[in-house]
Design a protein around this ligand. Sequence first.
Ligand SMILES: [Fe+2]
Length: 319
Amino acid sequence: MLPEKIKARISRRLKDSEVSRIVTEEVKQFMAERPPSIGAQEYYTTVALFILRELFSQTLVKSGDVAAAETAHADELDFDTILNGLLIWMQKDLLGSNIQMLKALGSAIAERDTGSRAHPLKVTLYAVQLAEQADLNKDQIRTIIKGSFIHDIGKIGIPDSTLLKAGKLSDDERKIMNSHPTLGAHIIEGVMWLEDARDIVLHHHERFDGSGYPSGLQGYGIPISARVFTIVDVFDALTSDRPYKKALSYDDTIAYMHNQSGRHFDPTLLMKFFEIAISLYNEIRQSTIDELEELLVEVISGYSGLDPHGIYLRSLYTL
Ligand SMILES: [Fe+2]
């Protein structure tokens, strides 16, 4: 990854160097003169950036490239530009790590529950396509990506004896099983960047007619991200093999879902899904897990500016 490469190279070159000694002394001296009104971290970063800028500029002057130091490079090394670049870099790094974490969590939950890590990948792909078809905006779609990956995070708290039971669940077991949305919402509570995924985590088992759980929300009272997600979650569950059941055919699935229009599902969104269902189903059904991941890389890149592995897109390198 580019940042690590740069870091390693600079560290190697600066080790025990004269530049390093001078900069360290300068920083120490400046820190001793820090005005009490400015935070230590903020002041340290500012001083370090100004020293860097000066060093770069002087190096170019000494090497005879005066014009470059005073024109193009001087512009590029404007303090705000450097600071903004660093902030963007840090945010992207954080976002990349978070997406990796989401993916790992989603896969771990699905592996235990369904015996495969394909489910969160497939529902995320289906959900984004449906959201686009329904003209949801970019923020809503980013929210749907997060929520889709970790929708069943609450299943972490469901014992194996219930989660993996092959036969019919008893009333008590059903109650435990149906607590997973609430458990999930508790798990992500206080994780600020996941707050907007809460709607899907908490409400993906609500039904349009109000007969779902945990809150019995009805109609458009159910958040739109959850209404979108419910459709694709059920579609993928019905059309996929599970350890305890065989997949339904595409036609039988569509017939069942049609019958549930206005009962389980938002009728308008369901119609939108039917417009894209067959081509999506064929594409996703024929894809291997690796191919599904690649498809997701493309989708997430479009909405976040980086891929799920946290690797920056080429355009971000264009300095
Ligand atoms: Fe669920």
